[in-house]
Write a protein that binds this ligand. Sequence first.
Ligand SMILES: [Zn+2]
Length: 697
Amino acid sequence: MQLRTALFLLGALPAWALGQQTMVGYSAANAAKQRDLEANAIKRPSATIASTHSRELSKETHVAGTPAQARTRDYVIAQMKKWGMETEVRAYDVWMPHPVSVKAWRISPSPKELSLSEPPVPGDPTSRLAQYPTVNGYSGEGDVTADVVYVNYGLIEDYAQLDSMGISVKGKIAIARYGRSFRGIKAREAEKHGAVGLFIYSDPQDDGYVVGDVYPDGPMRNPNGVQRGSILNPDGDPSTPGYGSTQGVPRVTPDKMEISHIPVVPIGYGNANELLKFLKGPAAPRGWQGGLAFHYHIGPGSVKARLAVKDDRATRPMKPIFDTFGFVRGSQFPDELVIVGGHRDGWGPGAADNVSGTVSILEAARSIAEEMKSGWRPKRTIVFATWDAEEWGLLGSTEYVEDDSLRLSRKAVAYLNQDVSAQGPRFSGGGSPSLRPMLRDIARLVPDPAGGSVYSQWRKATATPDTAEPAMGDPGGGSDFAGFYNHLGIPIAEWGFGGAGGVYHSQYDSYTWMTKFGDPSFVYHTAAAKIATAMLLRIADADVLPYDYVEFARTMRGYVAPIDRAMAQHHFSASTSALSASIDRLEREAQSFNAARDAALANAPSTQVLTTTNAALMQVERSLLRPEGLRTRPWFRNLIYVADENNGYANMVFPSVNEALRANDASLTQSEIADLAGRFDRAAQALADARAALGAR
Ligand SMILES: [Zn+2]
C-alpha cells in the first residue's frame, strides 16, 4: 500500500522533478536497460567524422534543383547504405524558376552598375567557386527604373509611418533592411503598396561591423556579404497547394499562384551605401537609422535605380527535388514512426545552414546503426530524413508531408528538426510543450563541450533562476517542422547551438568560416548529434509514449490571460471561462493518466494494451487540429501555434482566437473560444481513453 501511494505521488510529479530516478514511459526494468543503451550510444558521435562530413557536404554551392544538390543526395544515401540501412529517395517536381540574369544599377546621381556577386576572400577556397546569383527565391521577373524610397524594415507599421509623412512607394523602388520580419512579408507589403521593385539589404547594425569584426577577420557580414533567401509566403510548391507534387497531378498556373510579381533583389551594405547615402527628402524618423556612416533619409527624388531580373520560368520552371530517407525498422511497434529531419539544400556552401543539421542527422544515424550490430532493435521505426528545397519555402518536407499525410497522421509519433544545429556554443531548444521535459532530460544527459552538461551550460548562459526551467521556443514557422506540426498536429522538437554570425545565406557560410569561428573543432556538431541520438532512442523505445501533457496543459493556461486582457481592450464581453475549464480538465486527465501509466508499467502490460494506449495518446495533440484550418490559411490546421501572418517569423499562440481579436470581431472571438475549448475537451478525452486502454479506472 505504501509503495503504491509512493508510485502514485511520483507519477503526479512533473517529469523534470524526477531527474534520473525514473524514465517517463518506461518500466523500471526497461529504464535500466535504456539508460545503458543511451549512455553507450551517445559516446559514438565523433567530431572527426562530423568535420569530414561537413567538408564534403559544403565543398560546393548546393542550391535546390542544381546538379551539385543531387550530389549531396547521393552522398547521404551512400553513407546510410554503408551502415546497412534501408534507404529511399522521393522525387517531387516543383515549380521553382532559377535566375538567368540579375542586374542592378544606380541611374542617378552618377550612373554605375552595382557589383552583385560576393567576391573571393583570402583563405577561403569555396569563396572562389561558382556562386548562385544574388536574387531572392520566387522573385518576380522585370526590368524597372524608378526613384528609390527607404522603407526601414518594410513592416506594415513602417508603411503606416510613411503614409503619415505623405510618402508613397507607388511606382518606386523600395529599399528595406533585413530583420524583424520574414523577407516574404517585406516583398508582399512592398508590392501591396505599389512598389515596382524591392532591394532588401543587410544593415551593418544587424549582422555587420556594428556587431563585430567582419569576415574573413571576424564572423560577421562584410560589405559584400549578401543574404539570399526565398520570398515565398505559403509553404510548399506553389503549383500544388495542399497536395504532393507527384507525377501527373493537376498544377496551378503561375497567374493563380500566391507569388511576388515584382523583382526583389538582396544586396550587401556596400551596395546599399551607394544608394542610401545620396537619398534626400525627410530625415529618417526615430528607429529608422541604421549603422551606415551618415544620417539616413527616406527620399524619394534624389536617387534613381534600375533593377532587372530574368529567370527560366518561360523555358524550364519545373525542377526535380529529392528527399532522402534512411530507416531502422522497429521490432515491437514497427508502424509507429519517430522521425528526425533537416534540410540538405543551401544558398552557398551552407556549412551552418544546413550542412550542420545534416551532419547531426548523419552522426545520429551512424550511432544508432552501430548499436544494431549487437542485435538490438528499436521498438518503433526510426526515420532519418534530409529534405530538399527547404530554402525555397519548405518544399521538400511539405511535399512529403502532403504526399504521405494519411500514414503520418495515424502513425508519426514525433518529428525532430535539425536546422542550423551548430554554429556556436549557445544551446537553445524548443517545440511542442509535450516534448520539452524530455528534451531537458536529454540535455542533462549529454556532456557540453564547455564542461558539465548541455543543460547546466544552458541554464548558466540564459541566467535561469533556480525556481524556473530555461525558456524554450514555440513552433512558429520557417523550417521543416511546419508540415508535421502546423498541418498534421504531430508533436515536434528542435534544438541547436548558436553564436555570433553574419554569413547567413551567403557564399561565406563555408567550411572555412566554420573552422575559424562557428565550431572550429566540431564539438557542438557532435553534441547536437548526441542529443538527436538520445532523443530518438528515448522515444523509439518507450513502452508508453513519453509525452508530458501536464506541462502542455500548464503552458496552454498561460495563453488565456493575454486573451482576457486583449478582450478588455476591445471592450468585448466574451468570456474565456469555458476555455480555462477545458484546459483544467486536460491537466487533471494528464495527471490521472501519468499515475495510471506508472502503476500499469509495474505490471508489464501486453503489446496490445500498449499499442491501444499509444494510439489514444497520439490523438491528444491531433485533437487540437481543425480539419478546415485557420480562416486566414486553411493549410494551417493546428490551433495552438502558428507563424504570425503579418510577420512570418514571430509566433502566434491560439491563432484562431487571436486572429479574430485582431480582426476586432467580437462574435467571431466568442465562437472561436468555444471552438477551441471543445477541442481541448477532445484532447482531454483522448487522455481518458489512453488511461482506459491501460485498464485503469
Ligand atoms: Zn536552414
